[in-house]
Design a protein around this ligand. Structure first.
Ligand SMILES: [Zn+2]
Length: 216
């Protein structure tokens, strides 16, 4: 199911493909940040991922949407190894700078391996060059700090939307596989005992007993 949400007065839709890519990229995250651009035909159209990129331990540059056949940049997504989805000061600054570059309120999304949660914010308004330069002058010494340590930069961001990342459930095992598993993992004696415990007939070979156990 695509995820629709509104941040202030801007609507966004994360497509299934995008949600799957967010989960896949987080699952692969070990010591380096990973991520991709969020691309769409128009600012409020369904959002698709650009190609995956791998960054460093504390930073990442994601590729733009050109060449993806997917129009314009709507935002960016990246993962935090060994951390949560809370935005760093640099994440907030990157979001402001990107929104200025795009001249529209873009989306900043990230996920952390520690909380397995995606968090997205947008900028409230398209920032001005003066605002971008102001934060540019403030960025020294901010490495490794959270955006929440600076109320001024937070004032430019909308309330976040947060949702747990969901991996696609493992495909359900078919009965045939399960019979094989029973056969492989248990002795005839064990299967007979399991049948006895469940009150079913204990005669027959291992596969017959397995099939009977699955049926109850
Ligand atoms: Zn980050």
């Amino acid at each position: 199911m695509p995820l629709d949400f509104r941040l202030d007065h801007n609507d966004f839709t994360l497509s299934d493909e995008c949600l799957d890519a967010m989960a896949r990229v987080l699952k692969k995250t070990r010591v380096k940040e990973r991520g991709f651009m969020l691309c769409a035909e128009s600012p409020s159209a369904p959002i698709y991922p650009s190609s995956d990129r791998i960054g460093g331990a504390n930073s990442i540059k994601v590729r733009d949407c050109r060449g993806q056949g997917r129009g314009i940049v709507v935002g960016a997504y990246h993962t935090h190894p060994d951390s949560t989805c809370a935005p760093s000061w640099y994440d907030a600054f990157a979001l402001i700078r990107r929104a200025f570059g795009c001249q529209r309120p873009t989306l900043g999304c990230r996920a952390g391996t520690k909380d397995k949660t995606v968090r997205c914010e947008a900028v409230k308004e398209t920032p001005t060059l003066v605002e971008v330069n102001y934060f540019l002058s403030k960025r020294k010494g901010r490495a490794g700090t959270l955006a929440t340590t600076d109320p001024e930069i937070c004032a430019h961001l909308t309330e976040p939307i947060m949702f747990p990342i969901s991996w696609k459930p493992e495909p359900k095992k078919t009965t045939r596989e399960t019979v094989v598993d029973y056969d492989r993992n248990h002795s005839l004696e064990e299967l007979r005992k399991m049948c006895r415990d469940k009150g079913v007939t204990v005669s027959g070979d291992k596969k017959t007993l397995a099939r009977r156990l699955i049926a109850v």
